[in-house]
Design a protein around this ligand. Structure first.
Ligand SMILES: [Zn+2]
Length: 232
């Protein structure tokens, strides 16, 4: 759980960050940005505690899965490359470096943070909507600190697990719905269930087409229009 004042119940609060290392704006808490610490815990905490170092973040996730929370989620810390990202989302650093995938314990903690953060914030965990990597938000606004590779694909296994959880939840919902339809409509319930399934599949195809084929179609059409214009 995430308390109303922005602290995760399971977090260790022994290292609270220095006062004032954040924007005065309250964080919108519209989602979370994940980072790679590129080092061990002592160095990371050392950076956090330096009063003159312009870097701060909500919490650090050690390799054993412990979450050390440094600031409440309402704080707009300095870590994701620009003011918009820093005031819209709160952020976490995972101990370890490029080339080292998160440990299983770190993965579990990330998923727990996401689950509790989403429940408290009233948003749905969705990659590149509410759940971000540093590199995906580093340049969404100017001025910014420039592009970055952080967190260098270290979270890939977590994103796969997030997707699996989503699919499992969908399957569960579908099973419940089918049972309900059968209870209410008897044998016709199965027919309705398969109609809903077909509708769902065609919606998925529509969406896939919008994302993949339509932009290409627009470019071809534009080329076609330009051709026409140059001939007239
Ligand atoms: Zn980062």
């Amino acid at each position: 759980m995430l308390s109303a004042d922005g602290w995760f119940h399971f977090a260790d609060r022994r290292w609270i960050g220095p006062v004032g290392k954040y924007y005065t704006e309250v964080n919108g808490q519209h989602g979370i940005v994940f980072h790679s610490a590129e080092g061990g815990l002592p160095a990371l905490i050392g950076e956090l505690m330096k009063p003159d170092r312009q870097a701060s973040w909500c919490g650090s996730i050690d390799k054993d899965g412990t979450l050390y929370q440094h600031y409440a989620t309402q704080r707009s810390c300095w870590t994701s490359g620009n003011k918009k990202a820093n005031t819209s989302f709160y952020a976490f650093e995972a101990v370890g470096r490029r080339g080292e995938p998160l440990t299983k314990q770190q993965e579990d903690t990330v998923l727990r943070i996401i689950e509790d953060g989403a429940a408290a914030g009233g948003w749905k965990p969705e990659r590149k909507v509410t759940i971000w990597e540093h590199n995906e938000v580093a340049t969404i606004a100017k001025p910014n600190a420039g592009p970055t590779a952080c967190p260098s694909n270290r979270y890939d296994a977590v994103w796969a697990r997030l997707e699996e959880e989503d699919m499992a939840r969908l399957d569960e919902l579908e099973a419940k719905l089918n049972l309900l339809l059968r209870n209410v409509y008897g044998e016709m319930g199965d027919v309705y269930a398969s109609q809903i399934k077909a509708e769902e599949r065609s919606l998925e195809q529509d969406r896939a087409m919008r994302q993949s084929e339509l932009p290409g179609l627009a470019v071809r059409l534009q080329g076609h229009i330009e051709d026409q214009e140059s001939h007239s």
